[in-house]
Design a protein around this ligand. Structure first.
Ligand code: PLP
Length: 421
């Protein structure tokens, strides 16, 4: 067992430790859900107050020209630099779900790829729902799901075979929301390219925690949300990436005025914007855009490679402590053990997962409240957000889980589940 004093030393020597003070923290609690909703940056609070009191409060309509029209472009450039893409290849706005619908429909209309929408059993439900809905509009049989033998890993042999036998438009999540399995992006993009296929990568659970280089990975289309590891705020606008070679040939299925070449000409005829801007729809959600800027700023400042290195160190510590302390108590690891194929959350299960999760939320015996999340039927996910998670917190959480099971304090909770877990 690692000594607590040694773990405290890691925090003391951690070059990213200072970023913790850039966020608002509740007292006496350990937040392990940054993979679902990231924390509020202090700077965001300031910016929002200034937007409300001045930009909206006083400058009103003038603010469009003073800042608001430029804001999504400024954000796009920051996301482009985080993901190694050109600023013209990034568009900020809408939700991941809406963007997925738009881009997949545009790819179907292009008729360049076989009419087949492929997903897999590790993908996030909204991705599957969107694909199923789109398939109904084209050909009900067009949707195909690759089912893997277990819920932790994508079986890459199955995936490779799928490209050979079922080419088409694929949608995969770079990091799986349940197990944190991390796909080898470049290899899979190459399989797709060799078999007349394209992949729409959903980066929601990876961006801000995993180093992503869209160019090096030969990515054509990607999207994701910014409210998880990028701390953009609840329901923050999504980002969409389309490679320069592709977007000129794509049509936006929702022809809104903000995707028009010159929206303020109020032209009766629709002419799409030249670049990726053509995928814009309506008026940008200014307050939400303002709220998402500091999150990406902090990430760029800290450096995604440093964040990834710390994430690996922290998830490895979690898994090592799990093996020593929790495995003998009936817990199972539901994430890959190899850091090369794991994102930044660690998922555990237990026959009493739900009630153990309730016990954590109530507070560990003589310790702080711990906030993980529960994903049915049995998964407890612990999100490690290297910008604010401390090594010591990981130790405290594992120790707390041990105490909860030893003392059977979870027995006082019932099995009923609320709406948002
Ligand atoms: C969180 C998440 C989403 C969320 O989509 P929204 O449209 O923003 O609600 C989508 N895909 C994945 C993989 C996610 O992890």
């Amino acid at each position: 067992m690692k000594e607590l004093s040694e773990i405290k030393k890691w925090d003391a020597e951690d070059p990213l430790a200072r970023y913790r003070s850039h966020f608002v923290h509740g007292q006496e609690e350990i937040y392990m859900d940054g993979n679902s909703l990231g924390k509020l940056p202090l700077e965001t609070k300031k910016k929002m107050e200034e937007t409300l009191s001045n930009a909206w409060g006083k400058r009103l309509i003038r603010s469009w020209n003073e800042d608001w029209l430029e804001l999504p472009l400024r954000l796009a450039a920051k996301y482009a630099s985080l993901l190694n893409a050109a600023p013209e290849e990034l568009l900020i706005g809408e939700s991941t779900s809406v963007r997925l619908f738009q881009i997949v429909q545009a790819l179907l209309q292009l008729k360049k790829y076989p009419l087949r929408l492929v997903t897999d059993s590790l993908n996030f439900p909204t991705d599957n729902y969107i694909l199923e809905g789109l398939a109904e509009m084209h050909s009900k049989e067009a949707v195909y799901r690759i089912d893997y033998p277990d819920e932790i890993n994508a079986n890459l042999d199955h995936l490779k075979k799928a490209f050979e036998e079922k080419p088409g438009i694929y949608c995969l999540s770079l990091v799986s929301y349940k197990s944190a399995f991390l796909y080898p992006m470049k290899t899979i993009n190459q399989w797709a390219a060799a078999h007349d296929s394209i992949i729409v990568w959903d980066l929601s659970h990876a961006v801000g925690a995993v180093a992503i280089d869209l160019k090096a990975a030969e990515c054509k289309v990607a999207l994701g949300c910014s409210y998880k590891y990028l701390n953009g705020g609840p329901g923050a606008p999504a980002f969409l990436y389309v490679t320069q070679e592709l977007y000129p040939s794509l049509k936006n299925p929702i022809q809104g005025w903000f995707g028009h070449q010159s929206p303020f000409e109020f032209d009766p005829k629709y002419t799409p914007a030249e670049g990726i801007q053509r995928f814009a729809v309506g008026t940008p959600p200014v307050l939400s855009l303002q709220a998402m800027e500091s999150g990406v700023d902090i990430t760029l400042q800290a450096g995604i490679k440093n964040i990834r290195a710390k994430s690996i160190q922290q998830t490895e510590l979690f898994i090592q402590l799990f093996k020593e302390k929790l495995k003998p108590l009936g817990f199972q690891l539901e994430s890959p053990e190899d850091s090369q194929i794991r994102g930044s959350h660690v998922t555990l299960s237990h026959t009493e997962s739900w009630r153990i999760c309730q016990a954590l939320l109530q507070g560990i015996p003589n310790g702080p409240v711990v906030i993980p999340d529960f994903r049915p039927p049995r998964f407890i996910r612990f999100g490690i957000a290297p910008l604010y998670t401390r090594f010591e917190e990981i130790y405290t959480v594992v120790h707390g889980l041990e105490q909860i099971v030893h003392s059977q304090s979870y027995l006082q909770f019932d099995q009923k589940k609320p709406t948002v877990t």
